[in-house]
Design a protein around this ligand. Structure first.
Ligand SMILES: [Zn+2]
Ligand SMILES: [Zn+2]
Length: 102
């Protein structure tokens, strides 16, 4: 199940569960849209994969207790700011390859 991490791993901006601008890679590395687009260039600094918008978990119990109240977001922040210059070197070539072809 997705952890729904509370912050951007790079800039530490709050990313509460309902924030539609939270983005995740397949390993759930979690960043804000601005960092993904402007700094990361859609290349995860931890795995090299691309990002998708994180789905919003319903806050209402719409069906079978599958909602935020029963399965809350983690409150443990992950903060691991990237070295911007180092990431640029890492991401320049990778960003030319579509995520589905990496
Ligand atoms: Zn950010
Ligand atoms: Zn990743």
């Amino acid at each position: 199940m997705l952890q729904l991490r509370p912050n951007c791993e790079h800039c530490n901006t709050d990313l509460p569960p309902a924030n539609p601008k939270a983005m995740i890679c397949s390993f759930e590395c979690t960043f804000c849209e601005s960092c993904v687009m402007n700094i990361l260039k859609d290349v995860c600094p931890n795995c090299g994969g691309g990002f998708c918008y994180r789905p919003v978990r319903p806050k209402q119990n719409l069906r079978n207790d599958n909602y935020l109240g029963k399965h809350p977001a983690t409150s443990t922040p992950t903060l691991k700011p990237v070295d911007v210059d180092d990431h640029a070197l890492f991401a320049t070539e990778i960003s030319k390859i579509k995520p589905e072809d990496r």
